[in-house]
Design a protein around this ligand. Structure first.
Ligand SMILES: [Zn+2]
Length: 139
């Protein structure tokens, strides 16, 4: 340690940050809170899965905490192999709200949030569900 210079204490290194990180709370349709997401952006800005439109959360990058209860583990056959889903259900009404997927088709550590199940405002209809209703009425 001797001979090493201490960094100056009067000025902190400038660390650019795009946006402040904040907590986003997500509620089930029944009003129960199910998920807390700590992120710079809301869930609606996350990428969505092609198979079921679920929002994709990279567990190694995004901090989040489930209030939903762990449900059954199911095995699904996908075009690129088997997928095992550990499912999460709302504590109050048992609605399926998301899952963690592992298996042949998954190399990383990801969680998936069903776009039609959770909303940031309790009692509101999720945006994805509103769009679904609109497109089904528009035909
Ligand atoms: Zn619920």
């Amino acid at each position: 340690m001797a001979g090493r210079q201490h960094p100056p204490t009067h000025s902190r290194p400038y660390r650019p940050r795009e946006k402040p990180i904040s907590s986003h709370v997500y509620y089930c349709l029944c009003g129960e809170y199910n998920l807390i997401l700590v992120s710079t952006k809301p869930l609606s800005d996350f990428p969505q899965r092609i198979t079921d439109s679920a929002y994709i959360i990279d567990n190694t990058q995004i901090k989040h905490s489930w209030n939903a209860k762990r449900g059954e583990t199911v095995l699904l056959k996908r075009s690129d192999g088997y997928e095992q889903q550990e499912r999460y259900h709302c504590r109050r009404c048992d609605l399926l709200v998301g899952y963690k997927a592992t298996g042949e088709s998954h190399s990383g550590d990801y969680s998936y949030i069903l776009a039609t199940a959770l909303t940031e405002a309790p009692g509101a209809v999720p945006v994805a569900l509103q769009n679904e209703v609109k497109s089904s009425l528009g035909r």
